[in-house]
Design a protein around this ligand. Structure first.
Ligand code: UT7
Length: 321
């Protein structure tokens, strides 16, 4: 059995269309100033109207991100034996987005399923993929976070529509015997009793996201920092051992408060929310891609992923590159 699971590479894909805060000023009663001050977001990517109205999008973006990740890992699609897609905006209930990605990649005979943990989906996915790989059930897994959140928004509700964007990120995970590298530990959990503060119904007339932003905000820093401390404890590490934090990008103020609470200097935190908004399960791989491209992911560095999403779900993962 492999001792650990390494992240070999990351790939991303984004829709071309940019929706700026100024564009939103034309749609709802809001302002660039309010959005930047309260969230840190300046613009986000949005799929085309045709995609928004269709039952496609998440699999196409996910497959594009996957193709980049596989190529950067120096592998071929035949090396992949598992596909996990974390998404709350699947193209269909079935076939799953993961199965559609496998079809687009031309790879049958793989384990493939969608994972529903909202914005914590990527960290949940790391946990599940790590378990499948280190128990010998898969060798190389494609973990994809792909979201077309624009489909789930009420575009007349200024409390939600200004926050989110569409996008996808994928990582290639593979088993290794090197005990020093890879996913060192994870902690995932949920608090179902807080489920009402962030919802997206699957059925009924009002199939839009709704959020009690203040309530989510109130719990976010405490719960992500709890998950992080538990994750670190499981690895026998402390906050001083974190070289880089890649947090879910929901709000710049939440991210800075989290860094302060953990005692990690803000220079060691990856923030790209200004360009993409909140892309849910795609936000961590999108930020990882930025950090990898600008040289912040170095051999041996210890990177902490942490996130919170609807459910309420939380998760942190410590990875040594
Ligand atoms: O990834 C899933 C997890 N989601 C999150 O982590 C989101 C967590 N929550 C947040 O990020 C913040 O709560 C928000 C960004 C959603 C809201 O920021 P806030 O500082 O908590 O603002 P607020 O909800 O307390 O609203 C302040 C004021 C209100 O007006 P009054 O009552 O003070 O007159 C709102 O009606 O701002 C108003 N407001 C807006 N104004 C302009 C709310 N949305 C907007 C808007 N533009 N888009």
């Amino acid at each position: 059995m492999p001792k650990r699971t390494r992240i070999l590479a990351v790939g991303t894909a984004l829709p071309d269309k940019v929706l700026t805060n100024h564009d939103l000023e034309e749609m709802v009663e809001t302002s660039d100033e309010w959005i930047v001050k309260r969230t840190g977001i300046r613009e986000r990517r949005i799929c085309s109207y045709e995609t928004m109205m269709s039952n496609s999008g998440a699999s196409e973006l996910g497959a594009r991100a996957s193709t980049v990740a596989i190529e950067r890992a120096g592998l071929s699609v035949d090396d992949i034996d598992g596909i996990i897609c974390a998404t709350f905006t699947p193209d269909n209930f079935f076939p799953s987005t993961a199965c559609s990605i496998s079809r687009l990649l031309g790879r049958d005979n793989v384990l493939a399923f969608d994972l529903s943990a909202a914005c914590a989906g990527f960290v949940y996915g790391c946990t599940v993929a790590n378990a499948l790989i280190t128990t010998g059930q898969c060798r190389t897994i494609l973990l994809v976070g792909s979201e077309i959140i624009s489909k789930s928004l009420d575009w007349s509700d200024r409390t939600t529509c200004i926050l989110f964007g569409d996008g996808a990120g994928a990582v290639v995970l593979q088993g290794t015997d090197d005990e020093e590298r890879g996913i060192i530990g994870t902690h995932v959990s949920s608090t179902g009793s807080l489920g009402d503060i962030l919802t997206l119904p699957a059925w009924g007339q009002k199939r839009y996201m709704s959020m009690n932003g203040n309530e989510v905000y109130k719990h976010a820093v405490r719960m992500m920092s709890d998950a992080t401390l538990k994750c670190l404890e499981s690895c026998g590490l402390s906050c001083d051992d974190i070289d880089l934090i890649i947090p879910h990008q929901a709000n710049r103020r939440i991210i800075t408060a989290l860094a302060r609470q953990l005692g990690v200097p803000i220079e060691r935190v990856v923030i790209n929310i200004e360009r993409y908004g909140n892309t849910s399960s795609a936000s961590i791989p999108l930020a990882l891609d930025d950090a990898w491209k600008d040289g912040r992911i170095r051999e041996g560095c210890r990177v902490l992923f942490t996130s919170l999403g609807g459910g309420i779900t939380i998760g942190s993962a410590m990875v040594r590159f």
